[in-house]
Write a protein that binds this ligand. Structure first.
Ligand code: IDP
Ligand code: MG
Length: 169
């Protein structure tokens, strides 16, 4: 925003409001990162998709990809391959393929870490109030949302769920 006529120019041009700060970060591409976020079938069924999107938008992240789909077992097994020896693997794949999910890519400074903190811990007793899991679930399996845990896994997961040309930008 330009200063009104007669007002001196601001000495802190990018601090006064969040919108200007977001534009600044976007323009200078400082530490911008992408992460894969998925509202799981329980989150969709409980109508928490809007709440989750609102939280990330309010924080200043940018949505760069979005789609709704029922995952195939093949995709779910690839996505959770790191857990394929765990006792809960079968149940996890059953759960994530049980209904529609909302697959998203979010962009912003430190997006992976920032969204993981907003999502909250996997163990219900460790998921703090104020986080998505801490506010809406106390179940270890039915925990509403997935978020990539590192920039490398984010790149793999974005490729798995959105492919080469699946993103809006
Ligand atoms: P994360 O989603 O917080 O990254 P991970 O350890 O990667 O947690 O586990 C992937 C998903 O598997 C969890 O989100 C949860 O749905 C499920 N899960 C993890 N640990 C357990 C468990 O001990 N019992 C049942 N389900 C689990
Ligand atoms: Mg994980």
């Amino acid at each position: 925003m330009r200063p009104a006529r007669g007002e001196p120019p601001s000495t802190l041009p990018f601090l006064p409001d969040l919108r200007r700060r977001i534009l600044f970060l976007r323009n200078c591409k400082m530490a911008t990162e992408r992460t894969y976020i998925m509202v799981k079938p329980d989150g969709v069924e409980r109508r928490l998709t809007g709440e989750i999107i609102r939280r990330f938008e309010n924080r200043g992240l940018t949505l760069v990809g979005l789609k709704m789909l029922i995952p195939t077992r093949e995709t779910a097994e690839k996505h959770y391959a790191v857990h394929n020896t765990k006792p809960f693997f079968g149940e996890l794949v059953d759960f994530v393929t049980s209904g529609p999910v909302v697959a998203m890519v979010w962009e912003g400074p430190d997006a992976v870490k920032l969204t993981r903190q907003m999502i909250g811990a996997t163990k219900p007793a460790d998921a703090l109030p104020g986080t998505i899991r801490g506010d809406f679930t106390c179940d270890m399996l039915l925990n509403l949302i997935h978020g990539s845990d590192a920039p490398e896994t984010a790149a793999e997961e974005i490729a798995l769920w959105f492919g080469e040309n699946g993103l809006a930008r």
